[in-house]
Write a protein that binds this ligand. Structure first.
Ligand code: UDP
Ligand code: MG
Length: 326
């Protein structure tokens, strides 16, 4: 496993970072990641930066860094694919025996590589960062995140740890398994839990963003949550039968009451109650159809088997490229 030089087709560590409009923080990111990787692995590492269709100068900046530093691999996606697919693209290019994943905004401190590595050396295959404190995040983000993890846990058999992101150090065999999963609705932290082996949490304080602002507005957070739930659970599909039973029982109760009231001589009247009941029933049926549609749509999209990501350019140091052609 010991390889003296990262150009030799394989190296000890691959760092994978998806980048979307992170120009302002890139220099700081690269210098901090380089410092911590170099301190441990000397030259036997690579830093894979995946530009996910940034609209700012991120790609140019990445290319400049890659031209100066042969350990930097620059990957440009053809357009914005979203965080999880950008990360997937990076993971498909790793050559390291260990893979370190972090965000580009320095919310996950690169300096934790050393302490996380100790856990891997102690026999763990996945060391995932678990947030104790989330600086710079609004109460709303914390609240929705917590609600999401609770809902997910109640629906999913796989034990997906709460308050984790994609910040983690993994061995190559985990990444190989991950890369063998063809699904397009990827909730990577969940897939990693599903893979198993020995996993351990690594509690850390999540810093505030170094520069720029979050690329995860509420809309994307909801989409990620729906991806997570639908790709790990079919529990929502059972809502239909549960709701059916609930409304059936309620209907039966209402029937008994109506008959009883009629026997007492009290006329049961009112179209308002009927209208309300019809509306409620109608909306519940539509809701259930919507849930079915969510699963059906995903099956349809998966069925097309389109590639997960489209790459427009990979810049690797020429020596590395000669030794292991793409
Ligand atoms: N990101 C990406 N594509 C996107 C959105 C985000 O590659 O469409 C990257 C982004 O550059 C960062 C990571 O994904 O490295 C996490 O994004 P962000 O920090 O905006 O999310 P948050 O930390 O607020 O959840
Ligand atoms: Mg962030």
């Amino acid at each position: 496993m010991q390889v003296s030089h990262s150009f030799a087709g394989s190296c000890e560590l691959s760092v994978v970072i998806p980048v979307y409009n992170e120009e302002a923080g890139l220099d700081a990111l690269i210098s901090r990641v380089t410092a911590s990787a170099q301190a441990i692995f000397a030259d036997s590492y690579e830093l894979i930066l995946v530009n996910d269709g940034s609209k700012d100068g991120s790609w140019n900046a990445i290319c400049q860094h890659a031209a100066r530093d042969p350990r930097i691999v620059a990957i440009n996606l053809s357009r914005n694919h979203g965080h999880q697919l950008a990360l997937t693209a990076g993971l498909h290019h790793v050559r390291g025996q260990l893979v370190f994943v972090l965000d580009a905004d320095l919310q996950d401190p690169p300096e934790l590589l050393g302490p996380m590595l100790e856990k891997v050396r102690a026999g763990y295959d996945v060391v995932y960062g678990q947030r104790i404190k989330r600086s710079g995040e609004t109460a709303f983000k914390r609240g929705t995140a917590s609600l999401f993890y609770r809902t997910l846990a109640s629906m999913v058999d796989t034990d997906i740890p709460r308050d984790t992101g994609d910040f983690r150090l993994m061995t190559r065999r985990v990444v190989d398994q991950l890369n063998a999963m063809p699904e397009r609705y990827r909730f990577i932290r969940g897939l990693v839990s599903y893979i198993g082996f020995n996993q351990i949490a690594f509690p850390y304080d999540r810093d505030a963003r170094f520069a720029g602002e979050t690329n995860y507005p509420l809309r994307k957070m909801i989409a990620l949550a729906v991806d997570a739930i639908t790709s790990f659970s079919v529990v929502p599909l059972r809502f239909a039968s549960h709701l059916g039973m609930l409304f059936g029982l309620a209907g039966l109760g209402a029937l008994v009451w109506v008959v009883w009231a009629w026997l007492q001589g009290g006329a049961v009247q009112g179209w308002a109650s009927l209208a309300a009941l019809t509306l409620i029933l109608g909306s519940v049926q539509l809701l259930v159809l919507g849930v079915f549609g969510e699963y059906l749509g995903r099956m349809y999209m998966e069925g097309k088997q389109r590639p997960l990501f489209i790459i427009s350019e990979v810049r690797r140091h020429p020596i590395a490229a000669n030794e292991e052609p793409e």
